[in-house]
Structures are given as structure tokens and as C-alpha cells.
Design a protein around this ligand. Structure first.
Ligand code: MTE
Length: 322
């Protein structure tokens, strides 16, 4: 995301011991490239985790119906080019600064307009639902994109168990607030904690996914461990990370980027090549990892999911509700 305020240099505060030495990083690159060349990557990425606890392998089935057949970005791209301002504002900061974040144990509080509410262990929230792999395009509002093999459960299936009442018109999400483990939260870059929201029919749409993993393993911290949202027809900033609270509400809930710059970031944030950001065009996007000289590819309406989601917005002026 691009903000106008001066950005604190978190990198300057990192202990040298926390930074992966370049030689280790280069070794990782070579190993990954060798794994891709040998075709072993499909069986699970050979990603040596030098600093962090090993990520657990997950069992899941590929949901082909909801997966693009575009080639996924490399594990390296997906886990080193991130937006997660709780760990810093540069793309490499989340990978560099999230090593001390503890994603377990984890609870999620369900509240608001529903018959069943309370605080639930993440395992209990997810247990009844089989995990699915879905390869989705992620289109960031900054006009770049990636293709990511997520593992998760349909959000609608999880929400339905709490029996939302007829007054539940929206669903509000809140990220964790832990400045002691998230160095970016020590600075007022955004109002903490990060919050997001969906209209209830968007939340219940079968494309909306509660994500717990990628490339077949639990989510790395920088990608929003242990639980994040993904509604692939919306700009990436709707995909709130490290969720600790979900509330069913009658009124439209606040969302962090809309609070910060309401004229630039709307509540709906549907990918729309015809509605430009006030400071740049949204007509094309740069696919991360496609090479230095890649040309920008055209952005598709609703990020290519028009057939599935256009009916949700019939009759709405998408310039007004951007
Ligand atoms: N969630 C929280 N809590 N904090 C953030 O800064 N950044 C958002 C979104 N979720 C963000 C967040 C933005 S702008 C994008 S593009 C995506 O996460 C990036 O997800 P990725 O790093 O896994 O690609």
C-alpha cells in the first residue's frame, strides 16, 4: 500500500542476528531453483527454515472448480514480497521481522448478531470442515498480482455454524494487537488493530475462503498466520491477516485503509480495471516474478471472477461504491 506519511525505518531496529545472512538466503534460492528443476516442488517445497519452527504439512483436496490453471508464484515470491504493516511497511519487512510472532495457541472470538457466540480455539473453529486447496489470483491495489495456492475452508461454512440472525447484514474482522511481537504496531502508520469487513452475502459467497495454509503447509507468519481471509475478487487489502475476532453486525463495519484514506480506498474494494485509484491506473497489473522486463497484463473485472460474483453488485454504481 502507498501512504503519504513518512514511514519509520523498522529495518534499522532489527538485531543483526535476526537477519538471514545473504549466503543462507542465496543457498535457499539455489535449493529452491534446484527443487523446481528436479520437479520435486510439487511434493512439498524444500524450504529450509533456519530461524522459524517448521511449518506443519496439511492434508487437503484441491478444489479444481475454484482454482485458476495459471502457474502459481514461487514459494519464495509469496513469502518474501508481502504487505503486513504490523511488521513494517517494506515488502521484505514481514519476512524479516515476524520471527518472534507466536501463532499458537490461538483463539477467535465470535460476537454480535448470531445465536451462538463465544471464544473458540482455532482447532475447534476449523475441525468440522475439510481443508481445500484453491489456487487464486491475488490482485493488490498497488497494481501487482500473484497466483497463490491457498489451503483453507469456505468462510460461509464456518460462519453458518454460529447461526447469524436476520439482523446480521455485515461481518467485521479484527487482526491481533501485539506490539511486543509486531514491531510495526509501535508506530501509528495505521490505526491498530487492522480491521476489515464484508457484506454478509460476500462473506457467504462460496469463493470467500478462511485461509490456514499455502503450498500445502501452515501459513508462515508473514502471510497472516494462523488464520486470514481471502475473497479473490477484491483487492488484496481486504484479505485481513492473523484474525482474532469476527463480529456479525447490522451496520457496515470500519475497514483500516478506508479509515486511513477514505477517498482512495473504499469499503467494497472490488477489483475493477475501469475505476482508477486517484493516484494511478488500475487497468493493468504487474505479475510478480514474471521477470524484469515483463509487460503489464490487463486487469480483469472482479479479478477474473466476474461470472461468479457480478450478481452481488447488480444495480450498484461501482464508481460510487468502490
Ligand atoms: N492484514 C493485516 N492485518 N495487516 C496488513 O498490513 N495487508 C493487506 C492484506 N492483509 C495487511 C493485511 C494487503 S495490502 C495485502 S495486498 C495482503 O494482505 C497481502 O497478503 P500477502 O502478503 O500474503 O500477499
Amino acid at each position: 500500500m502507498l501512504i503519504k506519511r513518512p514511514q519509520p525505518g523498522y529495518s534499522a531496529r532489527i538485531q543483526p542476528s535476526e537477519i538471514t545472512p545473504e549466503s543462507v538466503y542465496l543457498d535457499r534460492r539455489r535449493l529452491l531453483q534446484a527443487a523446481i528443476a528436479a520437479g520435486t516442488l510439487a511434493a512439498g517445497p524444500a524450504w529450509p527454515e533456519t530461524r522459524r519452527p517448521a511449518l506443519a504439512p496439511l492434508s487437503f483436496e484441491r478444489n479444481a472448480r475454484f482454482s485458476t490453471d495459471e502457474t502459481p508464484n514461487s514459494y519464495e515470491d509469496i513469502t518474501t514480497y508481502n504487505n503486513f504493516y504490523e511488521f513494517g511497511t517494506s515488502k521484505g519487512d514481514p519476512a524479516a521481522n515476524s520471527g518472534r510472532f507466536e501463532p499458537a495457541p490461538w483463539t477467535v472470538t465470535i460476537s454480535g448478531e448470531a445465536e451462538i457466540t463465544g471464544t473458540f480455539a482455532l482447532e475447534d473453529l476449523l475441525k468440522p470442515h475439510p481443508l481445500e486447496e484453491r489456487i487464486y489470483r491475488l490482485r493488490c491495489v498497488e497494481a501487482w498480482s500473484m497466483v497463490i495456492p491457498w489451503v483453507g475452508v469456505p468462510l460461509g461454512a464456518v460462519l453458518s455454524r454460529f447461526k447469524p440472525t436476520s439482523r446480521a447484514k455485515y461481518v467485521a474482522f479484527k487482526s491481533v494487537h501485539r506490539p511486543e511481537q509486531m514491531p510495526g504496531q509501535r508506530y501509528p502508520v495505521l490505526k491498530w488493530p487492522y480491521v476489515e469487513g464484508l457484506r454478509i452475502d460476500e462473506a457467504m459467497h462460496p469463493l470467500s475462503l478462511l485461509v490456514v495454509g499455502l503450498y500445502g503447509k501452515t501459513l508462515p507468519n508473514q502471510n497472516g498466520a494462523p488464520l486470514r481471509l481471502m475473497s479473490p475478487w477484491k483487492y488484496g487489502f481486504k484479505g485481513i491477516k492473523s484474525i482474532v475476532a469476527i463480529e456479525f453486525t447490522e451496520r457496515q463495519p470500519p475497514s483500516s485503509w478506508n479509515l486511513a484514506q477514505p477517498h482512495e480506498y473504499g469499503f467494497y474494494a472490488n477489483v475493477n480495471p475501469e475505476v482508477d485509484h486517484p493516484r494511478w491506473s488500475q487497468a493493468r497489473e504487474r505479475r510478480i516474478g514474471a521477470g524484469l522486463f515483463e509487460s503489464r497484463i490487463p486487469t480483469r473485472m472482479f479479478n477474473g471472477y466476474e461470472e461468479e460474483v457480478a450478481h452481488l453488485y447488480r444495480g450498484m454504481d461501482l464508481r460510487k461504491f468502490f
